[in-house]
Design a protein around this ligand. Structure first.
Ligand code: AMP
Ligand code: ZN
Length: 435
């Protein structure tokens, strides 16, 4: 089941040795960029001064703000002639940033994606329908090239247009899909409405879910609703895009491809490393990039590292699901919570439909949370008492997860706004009250 057994199963000592070698080389390359040449001079860092993993910690972190300040060419480490592609982050939090790639960068990245797909059983005979956004966003194009490298037939469907997606799936007997989890939930609902049973009418068996936080409850819903095995896929455009970490068939966390990335986990407040098994912010150093090397990038994504060896035989450490970005934390009446806690609770309740929205407001000088929850038509038009009981049950389950009791509003299917890309779950109206 290995695409590249040499790299995927390299013993830890050799893997770390390999990382230090690549790091040395990356520092050498990075020194050609305007940003790093100045920084290295200031910090007295030379490629030869980076001899061990500990030396990495001499290099300052990069944040999204650093990339914005250096926009567009500050991190470029090669001549513009060598650049073949530009990507951009989806800009969920402020002005987007731009990443440049050389042909070698694209080839390395593509290889990692082929590795991810092969790992979970995709083979050349498969038909891959890529239902993820194409364009500046890295999710669609990244997987597209990876699947071609692996040798599958790729259907570059992109997101949305559900009826056409289903037609393509039937017509070309799609076996593998790549889809954003919030769209997958909607897709399942549409299949139900159209009376299509995926086990009977479709051929899909494997799905990749990525680009936004989602819980185990959501994975289970998607697996059941589509009759597939679904795997979590993590990445970010600053580190090329998808293919940074991916679940193996054990489904016990995502392997970070440590032959291409150095992973650190830090306490976002003190910026000191956390102990294995403790939650922290993921920090990545890209080890094989020549166009735009980025060292120690602070992702703001929170997760836990599982250092134990994995039953699949790969030696690369695993990370948990992403709890969310540090910026996603909601503080309500002094209580901290993440949208994924709400998602997890809702998705475990079978009457809950495919979409929800969290609205934060002020009421009588107090923080107030309303959660609008779509339910199925049957439930919505059913007995009022039952609806009331469902509302109470949702509020109670949420209270035990987030420790506050939100107001629950049950709404009709398809009545809440949906986006084709990453779902916008939270609307915070509190700022207008001057808080
Ligand atoms: P972008 O650079 O626009 O592709 O966005 C990357 C960000 O999307 C990451 O930093 C994460 O916050 C989020 N993301 C990507 N994949 C996942 C995933 N599998 N689970 C949770 N969040 C994810
Ligand atoms: Zn594994």
């Amino acid at each position: 089941m290995f695409w590249d057994s040499y790299n995927e199963t390299m013993d830890r000592a050799s893997l770390e040795e390999h990382q230090v070698e690549l790091l040395h080389k990356t520092v050498e390359t990075a020194a050609h960029s305007a940003y790093y040449s100045e920084l290295f001079k200031k910090e007295r860092i030379t490629p030869d001064s980076i001899k061990t993993m500990d030396d990495l910690r001499r290099i300052p972190f990069v944040t999204k703000d650093t990339l914005r300040e250096e926009y567009p060419y500050g991190f470029l480490a090669t001549s513009k002639e060598n650049i073949v592609r530009l990507h951009s982050s989806s800009g969920t939090t402020g002005r987007p940033t731009v990443i440049f790639h050389t042909m070698n960068d694209i080839n390395e990245w593509t290889g990692l994606l082929a590795r991810c797909m092969y790992m979970v059983g995709v083979r050349p005979k498969d038909v891959f329908q890529n239902m993820m956004g194409y364009g500046l966003f890295t999710g669609g194009i990244g997987f597209h090239y990876g699947a071609e490298r692996l040798g599958t037939l790729v259907i570059p469907a992109g997101p949305g247009n559900t009826t056409r997606q289903i037609m393509l799936m039937k017509e070309f007997e799609t076996t593998v899909i790549h889809i954003i989890p919030s769209y997958a939930l909607y897709f399942i609902k549409t299949l139900e409405e159209m009376n299509i049973d995926p086990n009977r009418d479709l051929h899909i068996k494997i799905g990749f879910l990525g680009a936004e936080p989602h819980s185990e409850a959501t994975r289970r819903r998607i697996e059941k609703g589509l009759g597939i095995d679904a795997y979590n896929s993590y990445g970010l455009s600053e580190m090329c895009g998808p293919g940074v970490a991916f679940e193996c068939q054990e489904k016990q966390g995502m392997h970070v491809w440590e032959d291409s990335y150095i992973l650190e986990v830090i306490d976002p407040e003190t910026m000191e490393p956390v102990k294995d098994g403790e939650e922290g912010e993921l920090v990545f150093t890209a080890l094989k990039r020549e166009g735009m090397p980025i060292l120690r990038y602070r992702t703001r994504d929170l997760a836990v590292v599982y250092p134990e060896p994995c039953a699949c035989g790969r030696t690369h450490r695993r990370i948990s699901r992403i709890k969310g970005r540090a910026d996603d934390m909601i503080i309500l009446k002094g209580v901290n919570m993440y949208p994924i806690q709400i998602e997890k609770t809702l998705m475990a309740i079978s009457e809950v439909g495919s979409n929800f929205q969290i609205i934060l407001d002020r009421k009588d000088d107090n923080d107030h949370m309303i959660i609008k929850v779509e339910v199925s038509n049957d439930v919505f038009q059913g007995d009022l008492k039952q609806l009331q009981r469902l509302r109470e049950r949702i509020a109670k389950n949420l209270n035990s997860e987030i420790l506050v009791t939100p107001e629950i509003e049950l709404v009709e299917p398809n009545s809440l706004p949906r986006s084709e890309g990453k779902a916008v779950r939270v609307i915070d109206n509190r700022d207008q009250w001057g808080n």
